[in-house]
Design a protein around this ligand. Structure first.
Ligand code: PEP
Ligand code: MN
Length: 297
């Protein structure tokens, strides 16, 4: 594969020393509780867009755990496009996430919006999410460098991969190498979907960086019927995990109902993914060097 590649292709990423692939460095695995992101297993993170109530969260946590998710997602602090939209339950939401963790054993990923909230969110969450709208909030990124928790860094909706890696480098440079990159769709002229899932971002990021890469088909699609299809595509191109929105009653969701799967749809998605997961996981065990994406050198 290397012979077909322009040797300078990945040169523009190589100045991000801490996050870019080098010959010596094998792939990074981010460990959360007993879960390895970037290892042999493809890790599914699922849950509601926003934590709305105890009942909503606990029911969802149980359903996604039973279907095979390892990590519960749910926003306590919500970055909304409209100032009039639901902004999240804040600390109450974090407490509910902790309760769901205790009851199901799922690890927790939740968004942090500002540097002042980092210590509090780090107390409750296993992974701190940087949303697309915050990808270039450098003060937040620097604070996350010192938070002692893994960071899930989403690609900004108009950010290049180079810019995404620059943000990752800032977190790493301030002391935190435990970073998961997330492709969640970018803004293009196409408006049939909410965003355009940049499917090639996944193998490109894996070629130029040693960090784990996951995909968020929910925010890319914006409509639920596409979510399982994009999830399959992401797994097929080598994603290390998925981030999927699930709600007990999407029609009543306070945010992102149109793209949220019902429990049944999530179960079906997980069942349908099994053959794709099996092939990928087997390939990872048999040919770990594939993960290092040979084309990069
Ligand atoms: C979210 O995960 O709910 C979210 C707000 O995502 P993004 O930052 O990708 O829009
Ligand atoms: Mn959402």
């Amino acid at each position: 594969m290397a012979a077909f590649m322009d040797p300078t292709w990945n040169g523009r990423f190589s100045h991000f020393d801490l996050v870019s692939t080098t010959d010596e460095r094998s792939r990074s695995v981010v460990r959360v509780c007993d879960i390895e992101i970037g290892g042999d297993e493809i890790v599914v993170m699922a849950g509601p867009c926003a934590v709305e109530s105890e009942r909503q969260l606990l029911k969802t946590a149980e359903a996604v755990a039973e279907a095979g998710a390892r990590i519960l997602r749910g926003g306590a602090y919500k970055p909304r496009s409209s100032p009039y939209a639901f902004q999240g339950l804040g600390i109450e939401g974090l407490k509910l996430l902790r309760k769901a963790r205790e009851e199901t054993g799922l690890a927790i990923v939740t968004e942090v919006l500002s540097e002042e909230d980092v210590p509090q969110v780090a107390e409750y969450a296993d992974i701190l999410q940087v949303g697309a709208r915050s990808m270039e909030n450098y003060t937040l990124l620097e604070t996350l460098g010192e938070c002692g928790r893994p960071v899930l860094l989403k690609r900004g909706m108009v950010a290049t991969l180079e810019e995404l890696l620059r943000s990752a480098e800032i977190i790493a440079e301030t002391g935190n190498p435990h970073i998961i990159l997330c492709e969640r769709g970018i803004r293009t002229f196409e408006n049939a979907t909410r965003n355009t899932l940049d499917i090639s971002a996944i193998p490109v990021l894996k070629a130029v960086s040693h960090l784990p890469v996951i995909a968020d088909p929910s925010h890319a699609a914006g409509v639920r019927f596409l979510v399982p299809i994009l999830a399959r595509a992401a797994v097929a191109v080598g994603a290390d995990g998925l981030l999927v929105e699930v709600h007990p009653s999407p029609a009543e969701a306070l945010s992102d109902g149109d793209q949220s799967l019902t429990f049944r749809q999530f179960r079906d998605m997980m069942d349908d993914l099994q053959p794709y997961l099996a092939i990928q996981q087997e390939a990872r065990q048999l040919r770990p060097q594939l993960l290092a994406v040979s084309g990069a050198d």
